[in-house]
Design a protein around this ligand. Sequence first.
Ligand SMILES: NC(=O)c1ccc[n+]([C@@H]2O[C@H](COP(=O)([O-])OP(=O)(O)OC[C@H]3O[C@@H](n4cnc5c(N)ncnc54)[C@H](OP(=O)(O)O)[C@@H]3O)[C@@H](O)[C@H]2O)c1
Length: 253
Amino acid sequence: MRTTIRLVAGFEKWHFSGRGVEAAAAPANSPDMEKALIIGSSGAIGTAMSEALVTRGVAVTGLSRRDHGLDVTDEASVDHHLGGLDGPFDMIFVATGALEVDGQGPEKSLRDVTARNLQDQFLVNCVGPALVLRHAPRLLPRDRRCVFAALSARVGSIGDNGFGGWYAYRTAKAALNQMLHTGAIELSRRHSESICVALHPGTVVSPLTEKYLGNHPAVPPEEAATNLLHVIDGLMPEDTGRFFDWQGERVPW
Ligand SMILES: NC(=O)c1ccc[n+]([C@@H]2O[C@H](COP(=O)([O-])OP(=O)(O)OC[C@H]3O[C@@H](n4cnc5c(N)ncnc54)[C@H](OP(=O)(O)O)[C@@H]3O)[C@@H](O)[C@H]2O)c1
């Protein structure tokens, strides 16, 4: 049973958050996790996931654009920040993403589709996590269970798309899903216990959704992180390459 919170540079905020240093242990049946890397630790879900892991006693390394200058759309920036990290990490969790870039929100109609928005969405929602995934072979352990999880979105599912609209965001997330599925196949060759998955967090209250929620029910990021961690806990290497929602249900591609 792990009861010590180990903090690393950049995570002092949890040390002073009033939660105290006595951490709640991970659930008894959860797999061992000592070190985790959170990309996008400044976001609502990234912050909540980092906190949840720290509370479990996991040593969390968080990287973000706001706090560390990591721009996931810039290959040199990703290589600079991730190339200097010492692994291995039992989990790499990618919580970056955007629904709006430069004020361009999701399209309601084909009339609204622009090359610029398609490119911007592809960069942030697919290229970014893909550049992080490029570092996974070096950062994940080869001798034990490890997880690479990136936040996708159910709206990236082609099979589940009954409403239309949101062209660029949907398309970029669908591309991310293919990237993760393909990366999972390669990773599993040399990391036989690796699990590389796309996750849908549910509808979560966050800066990303604040203009779009309307009356749609949404959960706080802390609840989303708890849900996702529960799903991650239950994943096995045979689940690699798949797309799961916050309840652990498979989402159709
Ligand atoms: N919220 C939901 O209901 C929902 C539903 C489905 C899927 N998702 C997915 O979940 C993920 C996280 O969403 P969230 O709700 O937590 O949103 P959020 O609070 O707005 O967080 C977005 C995160 O992405 C980072 N980011 C954006 N562009 C970046 C870039 N170029 N380089 C580095 N970091 C960048 C932001 O960094 P800075 O703030 O440091 O700039 C922030 O950490 C996204 O991929 C989103 O598509 C969310």
